[in-house]
Ligand binder design. Structure first.
Ligand code: NAD
Length: 292
């Protein structure tokens, strides 16, 4: 069994980006710059944004963290995004989700310039992805593709089952895996909460991507021996014995599935780290495409 180690695969991606950035600086160019907006004080969101900022620093990017309180007016948030859209020295903009209920998430996403949409959530980028045109790919599915590439996981003609159809993970993942790409050339079944016979479908999969947010959902009896299993799930599960009072759990029952899979990602230490790698690649791409 191969452990698809996000620390190793993401370090390789980051090393390349770091070298590219160092070369830019050596040639007198400015550094790529990511602006991250965080609304409120959600614990998980705080952790994700802090990690994104830290990773930007590690590869030599500039980063700006803009914080707003939970009760910020939608209009103020949209104005800030417009300001960043018009700032020639900002390459990428991300707004950490979820947002408070009074703010329309779709409106916020649509306000980000597609050219700076390094999360790849804007409908224009989503549409381009569907048509196989160059676009910003949502960071998590992008990171998974980078993981498959790093470990040279053969996908041509394989049957991939994706569990979850969200716009940020499951749906773009299903599109990438069904494209005519070196590491995404599968027949794909996209499953969701209304899929009957889910376990039966999973047992037919050569590759499973679990992105549903139900800790330990994928059990060994749902997995074909020698399948490749990618666990996207991140759920905080209460655990009074843990230092922080919770543990991070994936959507796969790791120990039992690892005993029959040919390759599997751990949680933590798997897809989460690759998501950051995907975001950094998108930010570098935005920089390269900018006129400045
Ligand atoms: P979501 O809640 O938007 O979507 C979940 C999807 O799972 C839905 O399409 C739903 O139909 C499906 N689903 C729910 N219960 C199901 C069931 N019992 N059987 C089959 N399908 C079911 O979630 P999301 O934003 O796509 O995130 C999914 C998980 O991935 C969460 O745990 C989230 O925290 C995690 N996540 C991780 C990363 C990362 O970097 N590793 C990034 C994004 C999301």
């Amino acid at each position: 069994m191969i452990l698809l180690d996000g620390r190793i695969a993401s370090a390789a991606v980051k090393a390349t980006i770091q070298e590219q950035t160092a070369l830019l600086v050596k040639n007198g160019k400015r550094r790529p710059h990511l602006a991250a907006i965080l609304v409120g004080h959600n614990g998980a969101s705080e952790t994700y944004v802090a990690s994104k900022v830290k990773n930007c620093e590690e590869v030599g990017f500039l980063s700006t963290l803009i914080r707003f309180e939970n009760d910020i007016a939608e209009k103020t948030l949209l104005e800030k995004i417009e300001e960043l859209n018009n700032d020639a020295l900002i390459d990428g903009i991300l707004v950490q989700l979820p947002l408070p209920k009074h703010i329309r998430e779709a409106k916020v996403i649509e306000t980000i310039s597609p050219a700076k949409d390094v999360d790849g959530f804007h409908p224009i980028n989503a549409g381009k992805l569907v048509q196989g045109l160059p676009s910003f790919i949502p960071a998590t599915p992008y990171g998974i593709m980078l993981m498959l590439e790093h470990y040279n996981i053969y996908t041509k003609g394989k049957h991939a089952v994706v569990i979850g159809r969200s716009n940020i993970v499951g749906r773009p993942m299903s599109i990438l895996l069904s494209s005519n790409l070196p590491y995404g050339n599968c027949t794909v079944t996209l499953c969701h909460s209304h899929t009957p016979n889910l376990a039966e479908i999973c047992r037919q999969a050569d590759i499973i991507v679990a992105a549903l947010g139900r800790p330990g959902f994928v059990k060994a009896d749902m997995v074909k021996p020698e399948a490749v299993v990618i666990d996207v799930g991140i759920t905080r599960v209460d655990d009074p014995t843990a230092k922080k009072g919770f543990r991070i759990k994936g959507d796969v029952a790791f120990d039992e599935v690892a005993s029959i899979a040919s390759a599997i990602t751990p949680v933590p230490g798997g897809v989460g780290l690759m998501t950051i790698a995907g975001l950094l690649k998108n930010t570098m791409q935005a920089y390269i495409s900018s006129k400045w």
